[in-house]
Write a protein that binds this ligand. Structure first.
Ligand SMILES: [Zn+2]
Length: 329
């Protein structure tokens, strides 16, 4: 479990929490919002662990009694609110686990920390029940609402919580993390980084997804053979990928990444700028055979295919049109 300092990026939120801890100026309710995979829960846990650590340092020591309890998931003053129904956190969940529980003093710490994951699932009644606790909390109570969508909260909840929004990371930070911490090769890390759009969790998931790897291999083989394969054979490959459960839009995005490399290489002749640097020979071949306008047309054709799929145009027809655009340009 990382401390605040070990979290990649999110400097503003980390500094905010560290300052709050240093100045003993902790609020009673926080909302941590951002896309799933951005590290909201990691942030909530790092803050809670740091706050409870007996060392009182900015970085949790990992060795004190409190840290050890926290790391084994047995800290009596950390309450992870759970819910029976998968899609809603009801008023009873909030009453039993927060409103009533908060009356009991902390067991061993200065604080009692409630972590509500998927907090947007709280019903209106549940939020109203929680409101009373947030309005008049005991001095030791801290409520962390973790959510992908803070807009679902009542204005009364929003106005009483400090909302902290996690931001997308820079590609460079994600690429480095994948290469250094997970020992993923440069090309693979580059592809996963492009797909993750600043979301480290998503990048890590992709990097370890076998389906994604298989898709990468099959589509790369197809793109390398683009001048030698017939449209029908290529269509068969795409159908096969679709049948294996991969979202064909992901597959198209992957193809776009390839052609962006072709465009980049044609413009710069610098193979160091390529994501697919290990497929340099194929990228070079396509860059030589296609014009700038042609590559633009191919990229547009891929966007068009996605629009057609969204509009439920027949799959085979949509793919054929896209493949023809690729071959003709
Ligand atoms: Zn500690």
């Amino acid at each position: 479990m990382p401390g605040l300092n070990d979290i990649i990026g999110q400097d503003q939120i980390k500094e905010y929490f560290q300052r709050a801890i240093r100045q003993h100026n902790i609020s009673h309710a926080y909302i941590l919002t951002g896309e799933p995979g951005m590290g909201r829960k990691t942030m909530a846990n790092a803050f809670a662990m740091t706050l409870l650590c007996e060392s009182g340092e900015e970085r949790p020591c990992s060795t004190c009694h409190s840290c050890r309890q926290f790391l084994t998931g047995n800290h009596p003053d950390v309450i992870r609110v759970h819910h029976e129904k998968p899609n809603s956190i009801g008023v009873d969940d909030v009453r039993d686990q927060i409103v009533n529980d908060v009356q009991i003093k902390p067991y061993s710490s200065q604080y009692k920390i409630y972590i509500v994951d998927e907090a947007e699932k709280m019903t209106v009644q549940a939020q109203n029940a929680l409101l009373k606790t947030i309005e008049e909390p005991p001095s030791y109570a801290i409520i962390l609402l973790v959510t992908a969508n803070a807009e679902g909260f009542l204005p009364t909840i929003l106005s009483r919580c400090i909302t902290l929004k996690l931001k997308p990371l820079y590609d460079k930070a994600i690429q480095e993390y994948l290469e250094k911490n997970l020992q993923i090769d440069k090309t693979q890390a580059g592809i996963c980084t492009s797909f993750a759009r600043g979301n480290l969790g998503k990048a890590i998931r992709l990097a370890s997804s076998e389906e994604f790897m298989t898709m990468r291999q099959e589509v790369t083989d197809l793109l390398k053979q683009v001048y030698r394969m017939s449209v029908l054979d290529m269509l068969e490959t795409l159908k096969h990928i679709k049948d294996s459960g991969i979202d064909i839009r992901t597959c198209i995005d992957f193809m776009k990444l390839w052609y962006r490399d072709v465009l980049m290489f044609k413009a710069t002749c610098d193979m160091n700028l390529l994501i697919f640097s290990d497929e340099f020979k194929s990228i070079n071949e396509i860059a030589n055979k296609s014009s700038f306008a042609g590559i633009e047309k191919i990229l547009e054709g891929m966007d068009k295919a996605k629009v057609r799929l969204d509009a439920n145009v027949n799959f085979d027809l949509t793919m054929e049109l896209m493949l023809l655009t690729i071959k003709e340009n």
